[in-house]
Design a protein around this ligand. Structure first.
Ligand code: ADP
Ligand code: MG
Length: 740
């Protein structure tokens, strides 16, 4: 009696060899109600077995040290990958997969690529000493039409482990063409071993002390020992409506796919799930925010404030101020992101909010990522507020103790209306009398933790975040989570756009002359290099910033003042160099991208970017925003000798427009959203499965599904959504204060 098989994808049962009576597609087996779910039928069978009657000893919270074959030492190493429990282990997804299913005859092995072949050892292996005292083991293997010469480095044991006449599957990168090939350090196993070859192998991100094989074994063991599958968080109707497979199938096949189709199916499900959870979570966060009472602000006539400004605000600035003021009087805490291109005048929007809050007796805190920026804000804003009798203070790490005491007293007494500072504002002993508004500038330098630490100093104060990084709308929601967004899409009048040029190396001499000319006219110049230090193994060391600065200083411009700034300098040093440049004490600042964030040096009129092709467009745009802040015409020169037509097109596109949003859209199209995420701390759960450079369509789908669900059950209180709700809570760590 053949066994009864049940498809875990659609629960269709069939009898026999696992081939349900359905049409075939792409050589796979289809289950009509749920396309593609039944492809890897055998594997589904295996999964079913495991889940029902396997070794089944552990639950998801089991410490991995108790998983067979893991143990203390490996558990310690795995901890570095944030794998602590069985649940962590099985949701540690591979970074990529290697298809080792296809066997090539030796003569057809693709040159320079990893591939498998089946071959017999034609001789006993021989060992040779080579310089450095190493031993290499050599052996020749053959198949019907080819010869494969294999060399093992650092594997002396192979000499006695391999024998003439034995047949193995080798997996490695073949060198050479024709019928004689070479392979160094291939993986090998007996045919049918199925551990290393003959299947699609996961490739995990690793850490010291863990190898791919260990990792794969641990995961295999973990999956086998799992008593319960993780509960399926997707409500069944959503799973079906979006043609998604079960969680168990997805987990099995994301690690050990039985076919490329199974992998697709698994990945699609996990990505969808991740984005769906994210969307639902954001919706819950928003609701929670809406249930909190905002500090009340009285309506006030802004025209008094406007009248005190030396210029008329742009319509976009007024709009953003209107949004913010609306939030502050709404009875809910403001939680707004104000996005505007560099130089669009976000500071004035912040100032207007400070003024407005002060009208109702609230104090404000403005946090900047660096001391120079904080000081700059202070110098701009203190005189402005003084006219209204509002006192400002500057509090940074280098504020002298006595002055600091005075400021703390002023804040506690409520005499200071606006405190501008750096992280120093977060220190325990800073307390406010009535903190009503918290503003952070250049938000991506702050984590959510820091934002909320500052917020906790008041009771649900209004929050305004300023950012110069234009984010396409599609991404803003994910990156900024639950923030409302105002966009300043207009520059103050009279601003001269920065003239941008894309040039090659042969322009170098003219460029040097141009730099001289700018300096002779009393202006300053930024030169940006992509990398730091001489140890970076770039063929052209001039491109390395330290060496480059030295060369400029000693050879090219011995008569000019050249200073150097890079990310490996101590914070204090960086500040010093930057402050000196801002004060006009140097002519040329050679720097890595650390200058990206909003320092205002109106006297700088030329931005030179070396190897411009290595940067994302948005990043280049940010860099360009460092110039063009004064009255003089400013220039940006992008140096690149790249022949890649696509890259050239991108650089040209940048040269053609000064509109940050258009550039960001372009960047997104071309490079995917990696740049926007980068190392940015956005404070939302990290995406493990999703890769937004290719999963944008799925994001839209998942968001739609989430919206529909949340509309029907806004707080996820229905019993069938309990699993979903628990998972979201765990993911977002929904404690009071987070993401406030
Ligand atoms: P960012 O948005 O990059 O933070 P800032 O707020 O630093 O820009 O403003 C850039 C410069 O433009 C400042 O010198 C500021 O005084 C000036 N500015 C801001 N708004 C206006 C305006 N409406 N008209 C003219 N100049 C303005
Ligand atoms: Mg700014």
């Amino acid at each position: 009696m053949p066994p009864l098989l049940v498809c875990r994808g659609c629960r269709a049962a069939c009898v026999g060899d696992g081939v349900p009576d359905v049409p075939r597609r792409r050589g796979g087996r289809l289950c009509p109600p749920l396309f593609s779910v039944c492809f890897p039928f055998q594997n589904m069978l295996q999964w079913t077995k495991t889940a029902r009657e396997g070794t089944s000893v552990a639950d998801l919270n089991t410490d991995i040290r108790f998983i067979k074959g893991v143990g203390e030492t490996r558990a310690k190493a795995l901890e570095k990958l944030h794998i602590r429990t069985l649940g962590d282990l099985i949701s540690y997804y591979p970074r990529r997969w290697e298809d080792r299913t296809k066997l090539f005859p030796i003569r057809d092995l693709p040159e320079g690529e990893y591939a498998c072949c089946r071959a017999m050892l034609a001789q006993e292996p021989t060992a040779h000493r080579i310089s450095g005292g190493q031993t290499v083991v050599k052996v020749r293997a053959v198949d019907e039409g080819g010869v494969l010469d294999i060399t093992f480095f650092h594997q002396e044991y192979r000499k006695n482990a391999l024998h003439r006449g034995e047949t193995y599957i080798f997996y490695g990168r073949a060198e050479g063409g024709g019928i004689r090939r070479r392979m160094a350090n291939p993986l090998l196993e007996k045919e049918g071993g199925q551990q290393l070859t003959g299947r699609i192998m996961p490739v995990y991100p690793l850490t010291a002390g863990i190898t791919q094989i260990m990792m794969a074994k641990a995961v295999r063991q973990g999956l086998d020992e799992c008593r319960d599958l993780p509960e399926d968080v997707l409500p069944d109707e959503i799973r079906r409506a979006h043609h998604l497979c079960y969680a168990g199938f997805a987990l099995e096949n994301i690690h050990f796919p039985t076919s490329p189709e199974a992998l697709d199916t698994a990945r699609r499900r996990l990505v969808f799930e991740e984005l769906f959870l994210l969307s639902c979570g954001l919706s819950l966060l928003r609701q929670r925010r809406e249930s909190v009472h905002g500090l009340p602000c009285r309506a006030a006539d802004m025209s008094d404030f406007y009248a005190a400004l030396p210029f008329a605000l742009t319509a976009a600035q007024r709009r953003a101020i209107g949004d913010a003021v609306g939030d502050m009087t709404s009875g809910r805490p403001m939680n707004r992101l104000c996005q505007g291109d560099v130089g669009s005048g976000k500071t004035m929007v912040a100032a207007a909010c400070v003024w407005f809050a002060a009208r109702s007796g609230w104090q404000s805190a403005l946090m900047a990522p660096t001391e120079i920026l904080a000081r700059q804000h202070y110098e701009n804003l203190a005189p402005l507020f003084a006219r209204f009798g509002l006192r400002c203070a500057l509090l940074t790490g280098s504020t002298p103790a006595r002055e600091r005491r005075g400021i703390l007293e002023g804040l506690q007494a409520g005499d200071i209306a606006l405190c501008i500072g750096t992280h120093a504002l977060l220190t325990e002993d800073v307390t406010y009398n009535a903190l009503g508004l918290v503003i952070t500038d250049e938000q991506h330098r702050f984590g959510v933790d820091q934002r909320s630490a500052l917020s906790r100093k008041g009771s649900s104060p209004h929050l305004l975040v300023l950012s110069a990084t234009p984010i396409p709308r599609t991404l803003a929601l994910i990156i900024y989570g639950d923030l409302d967004v105002s966009v300043i899409d207009e520059l103050p009048p009279g601003r001269q756009p920065v003239d941008t040029f894309v040039v090659g190396e042969k322009y170098r001499l003219r460029l040097n002359a141009f730099i001289r000319k700018q300096v002779a006219e009393g202006h300053q110049v930024f030169v940006i290099c992509p990398l730091v230090g001489e140890e970076d193994d770039l063929p052209d060391e001039r491109k390395a910033v330290t060496a480059y600065a030295r060369q400029l200083r000693e050879k090219t411009f011995p008569d000019l003042r050249v200073s150097l700034l890079h990310g490996r300098m101590k914070a204090g040093e960086k500040e010093k160099v930057m402050a000196a440049f801002a004060a006009g004490e140097s002519d040329i600042l050679v720097s890595t991208t650390v200058v990206e964030v909003g320092v205002d040096v109106p006297n700088a009129t030329l931005m030179v970017v070396e190897n411009a092709d290595r940067f994302g467009l948005s990043q280049l745009h940010q860099l360009r925003g460092r110039v063009g802040r004064g009255k003089a015409q400013s220039y940006c020169v992008l140096l690149s000798d790249t022949q890649n037509p696509e890259t050239r097109r991108r650089l040209k596109a940048l040269a053609a427009t000064n509109d940050g949003f258009r550039i960001a859209e372009e960047d997104l199209k071309l490079r995917g959203p990696g740049d926007f995420f980068g190392s940015r701390q956005h404070g939302l759960p990290t995406l493990k499965a999703a890769d937004l450079s290719c999963d944008m369509p799925l994001l839209a789908e998942a968001r739609d599904a989430a919206q529909t669900l949340m509309a029907a059950d806004p707080r996820l209180t229905a019993p069938e959504h309990a699993v979903l709700r628990r998972r979201i809570q765990a993911l977002f760590d929904l404690n009071e204060g987070t993401l406030n």
